[in-house]
Design a protein around this ligand. Structure first.
Ligand code: BJ8
Length: 383
């Protein structure tokens, strides 16, 4: 069996962008470009792009600062929230350090309450995210995007015109399209690349601050993967897994590794580290740019929405398109919304799609790697 791990140079540019993310942000700061720290996929990235600012993700993914966070926050809280707060408090995260403004959204209870304390370390703007995708919800989200624009204008002394927003929409749509076309290579059977490498590319693009250059880079990596695939013809068939649930990154990449070390391959990421952020474009034909942004972003199928039909719709489509054999739902400890939603996801995957389903609860420590491997091996064995 030959997979792309024997050709690491194909993905090296993106892996390196990830490793050197701190340096890239420092360079941005040296050029006096404003930096906006963000926490969530609901953040309308086009607004930052429209004013020429860079965005960095502050969703921390290591347990390094959790003990410090637990001095202020309850222990029984999602590790993502504790870690994010801990990095802000200890100033150990250069992304947080370099952020001129932090933008959060009223998603889950833990996150929105955490922002109240985060204000002690940085200027924080909180967007009021509705809990459902109702008509009223879309109106509120549109007005919140306009309020964000006004905050950015005031804080950075800039004017953001509708033309600026329109241009940013086109740039971000091109980036999404290119990313989607790249990871859709995993629809091939046998698959041409491991999920671990797809993930390297997806996360590597977040550290490319020249957003216009991203489509070309993605096209190049796609061509290289395809060329190898056609040349080698040695790729073997493996059980195909779709990952859903909480966002993955850093410490939780252990889940992708456990799946692939035990003989399967992750062919699709439905969570916020993948398709949730990418699949739906902003409607460029809508003359009301704020309505177009509100629609794209509020449609994201996060478990903070009630009900949350868009997660099911995306799972339905992706399970078919990627010829998925099994679904793994990763829940971070104490994430109540995703944890409660596991039942409906399990029912949908088992009963409607007639596929295998497994949910795993984990945190940012590595203490459960052995147990993860045992459970994955058993799950994959029965696929
Ligand atoms: S759009 S998934 S990035 S909220 S894991 S902090 S929900 S308790 S991260 Fe998320 Fe936006 Fe939704 Fe995506 Fe709360 Fe759950 Fe923790 Fe979470």
């Amino acid at each position: 069996m030959k997979l792309q791990t024997e050709l690491p140079e194909i993905f090296e540019e993106f892996a390196e962008a990830r490793r050197n993310g701190f340096l890239a942000v420092k360079k941005i700061k040296d050029q006096k470009i404003p930096v906006i720290g963000i926490f969530c996929t609901y953040f309308p990235q086009e607004m930052a792009l429209a004013m020429g600012a860079a965005t960095v993700s502050l969703c921390a993914s290591s347990d390094e600062t959790i003990s410090e966070a637990e001095k202020d926050l309850p222990r029984n809280l999602c590790p993502l929230i504790k870690s994010s707060y801990g990095f802000g408090k200890t100033d150990k995260c250069p992304y947080f350090y370099f952020s001129d403004l932090v933008v959060g959204e009223t998603t889950c209870d833990g996150k929105k309450k955490m922002y109240e304390y985060l204000r002690e370390f940085k200027p924080v703007h909180v967007m009021e995210l509705p809990n459902s995708q109702s008509e009223e919800g879309y109106k509120l989200w549109k007005s919140e995007i306009i309020r964000l624009k006004e905050t950015l204008e005031k804080q950075f002394g800039v004017t953001i015109t509708e033309e600026d927003v329109k241009e940013a929409i086109v740039v971000k749509n091109k980036e999404r399209k290119a990313l989607k076309e790249f990871y859709e290579l995993s629809k091939l059977d046998p698959v041409p690349m491991l999920g671990q490498d797809v993930f390297k590319v997806i996360s590597g693009t977040t550290f490319e601050f020249d957003r216009k250059s991203i489509p070309e880079k993605l096209e190049a990596v796609k061509e290289k993967v395809l060329a190898e695939y056609k040349k080698e013809k040695k790729y073997s068939q493996k059980p195909r897994i779709l990952l859903t649930g909480c966002p993955i990154g850093g410490a939780t990449e252990k889940v992708i590794k456990a799946i692939e070390d035990n003989g399967a391959v992750v062919v699709a990421f439905e969570n916020c580290s993948g398709a949730k952020a990418v699949e739906e474009m902003v409607d460029e034909s809508n003359p009301d740019v704020y309505a177009a942004l509100a629609e794209k972003y509020l449609n994201i199928g996060c478990s903070c929405m009630t009900p949350n039909p868009n997660r099911i719709k995306m799972l339905d489509r992706m399970i078919d398109e990627y010829q998925v054999d099994g679904v793994v739902d990763m829940i971070l400890t104490a994430c109540h919304t995703y944890n409660v939603e596991t039942l409906s996801i399990k029912r949908f995957v088992n009963d409607k799609k007639e596929k295998s389903y497994m949910s795993i609860e984990t945190d940012f420590s590595q203490s459960d790697v052995g147990q993860l491997n045992t459970r994955m091996a058993a799950f994959i064995e029965m696929l």
